[in-house]
Design a binder for this molecule. Structure first.
Ligand SMILES: [Zn+2]
Length: 121
């Protein structure tokens, strides 16, 4: 590799890093098929390229924060249900929140909207 080639390669790496760091939330669309080890995913938002292994770690961090990993990669976890309202509300009760039934139903209504659930239950 000549020095100009090396500089060009470094510039491309930096450009990709800048894209990835400037992106608020990556979204990789569908899992490319056939899936191959060592492949790269392109974010549809920032056009940055990320190695699949790094993308999976990114998705796992997103999921650990309580978010749906399928937002990032379609079908990553087809059985994802997330935290139930009851599980989430327990954390608020532990902080001292004590709501009456009507108020709690309003909170649940907001929860359902946030989760994209249509049924109130
Ligand atoms: Zn991105």
């Amino acid at each position: 590799m000549t020095p100009p080639e090396a500089r060009s390669m470094l510039a491309k790496i930096k450009e990709n890093q800048d894209r990835l760091f400037s992106c608020k939330r990556h979204e990789f669309g569908d899992v490319p098929m056939p899936f191959e080890m060592g492949m790269t995913f392109r974010c549809v938002r920032c056009q940055g390229d990320m190695k699949a292994i790094d993308a999976f770690r990114y998705i796992q961090g997103y999921e650990a924060a309580g978010r749906n990993p399928n937002d990032i990669l379609n079908g990553y976890r087809a059985d994802w249900k997330g935290e139930t309202f009851e599980e989430a509300w327990k954390a608020f009760e532990a902080q001292g929140f004590m709501y009456g039934r009507d108020a709690l139903e309003q909170v649940r209504f907001g929860w359902n909207i946030a989760k994209g659930l249509r049924t109130a239950s």
